[in-house]
Design a protein around this ligand. Structure first.
Ligand SMILES: NC(=O)c1ccc[n+]([C@@H]2O[C@H](COP(=O)([O-])OP(=O)(O)OC[C@H]3O[C@@H](n4cnc5c(N)ncnc54)[C@H](O)[C@@H]3O)[C@@H](O)[C@H]2O)c1
Ligand SMILES: O=c1ccn([C@@H]2O[C@H](COP(=O)(O)OP(=O)(O)O[C@H]3O[C@H](CO)[C@@H](O)[C@H](O)[C@H]3O)[C@@H](O)[C@H]2O)c(=O)[nH]1
Length: 331
């Protein structure tokens, strides 16, 4: 039987394909390559270029490959872009997820994992944030993901489909063996952008807001290594296959770092003191997102291997260097 990975040419999806292949699973990737890369797809995975909103194509892929589980990463991911283009985000993240869920139901796929986000909590009143905390997104991105969680909840009540929604906190780092990493040159994520600044690919780094109600005035985030996250998904698939009930898990380590602490870590690990500017807040950013991460550890027996900021930064930096070498070789 085969796992269908939507968005498997992207950052997190490509690490999931590595984890699945490392566990000996058959994989088919469906990706429209809007932000992903064909070369990032594992050579032992089947690849279909297409849209996760194309129900006819999905039905064909599910039947031809004997898909018995779907892991849904495909989507648009930039919080401030969603503020500028809410309808684009509702189309790509919500409407197209509906088509994928419908294809799963129509073709009898029994298991579904969904990439949700800490952004569903919005400006949480409590920290760390547990799964039962109020859901009140402050960006269209967060709302687009919460609506998909709700569709899954209601669909799983009406049909024989079991799902796990994994609410990722801030995903960072790269495969420790150097097989994949975050590759988009347009990436906006803090650790990615900071490693680019350390390697001289950006002139400087902007800190968006220093007046938040946090210890140093910059936002707190819970950074989780992408390979730990991928392994959590493999465990979630095993959990559903063993008869586990549909549920939601926070994915984080339970510790927050400020933007300034992350910048210090990138400077420390790279040995480069790049310029940093303090600029006004960015739209849609909650002050603090730190995971209450007990449920996933207890239910899945998940034990992180890379729960250390400097390790995450070191792996991200190594991948950024390998991308630079790849570009030089292509010139
Ligand atoms: N990176 C993070 O910190 C983070 C945090 C929380 C949740 N997530 C979620 O994880 C998932 C993966 O994120 P990522 O960081 O790997 O982003 P990414 O942009 O690298 O990957 C997304 C992939 O989906 C593909 N895609 C987009 N729309 C598609 C569509 N309609 N049909 C088919 N393919 C499509 C893209 O080409 C790309 O390969 C997303 O759903 C995102 O919302 C990411
Ligand atoms: O150049 C930069 C980039 C980011 N930041 C700040 O760094 C923090 C982290 O930002 P970023 O790395 O862009 O991630 P988030 O906006 O927190 O969003 C990520 O993490 C969310 C979950 O917490 C996911 O839902 C999103 O998909 C994912 O993009 C925020 O306070 C940003 O304002 C800067 O100050 N300068």
């Amino acid at each position: 039987m085969t796992v269908l990975v939507t968005g498997g040419a992207g950052y997190i999806g490509s690490h999931m394909v590595l984890a699945l292949r490392d566990a000996g699973r058959e994989v088919v990737v469906l990706d429209n390559l809007s932000t992903g890369f064909r070369w990032a797809v594992h050579p032992e995975a089947a690849f279909v270029e297409g849209d996760c909103g194309d129900e006819a194509l999905l039905g064909k892929v599910i039947r031809e490959h004997g898909v018995d589980a779907i892991v849904h990463f495909a989507g648009s991911i930039v919080v401030p872009d969603s503020v500028a283009d809410p309808l684009g985000y509702y189309l790509n993240n919500t409407v197209r997820s509906r088509a994928l869920i419908a294809a799963a139901v129509a073709n009898g796929v029994p298991r579904f994992l969904f990439s949700s986000t800490a952004a569903v909590y919005g400006d949480a009143k409590e920290s760390p944030i547990i799964e039962a905390a109020p859901l009140d997104p402050v960006s269209p991105y967060g709302t687009s993901k919460l609506m998909t969680e709700m569709m899954l909840r209601d669909t799983a009540r009406a049909h024989p489909l079991k799902y796990v929604a994994l609410r990722y906190f801030n995903v960072a780092g790269a495969d420790p063996a150097g097989r994949s990493g975050q590759s988009s040159p347009r990436a906006t994520h803090l650790i990615k952008v900071a490693t680019q600044a350390a390697l001289g690919e950006r002139t400087h780094l902007d800190v968006f807001g220093t007046d938040y109600p946090t210890p140093d005035g910059t936002c707190l985030r819970d950074y989780i290594h992408v390979s730990d996250l991928a392994r959590a998904h493999v465990l979630a698939l095993d959990y559903l296959a063993a008869g586990g009930e549909s549920t939601v898990f926070n994915c984080g380590y339970g510790r927050g770092y400020s933007v300034l602490e992350v910048i210090e870590a990138v400077k420390r690990v790279s040995g480069v003191d790049f310029p940093v500017n303090h600029v006004p807040r960015r739209a849609g950013d909650p002050a603090a997102l730190v995971a209450g991460a007990g449920r996933i550890r207890e239910t899945l027996g998940w034990k992180p291997e890379f729960d250390h900021l400097d390790t995450i930064v070191a792996h991200a930096l190594a991948w950024e260097r390998s991308l630079a070498a790849r570009r030089q070789a292509a010139e």
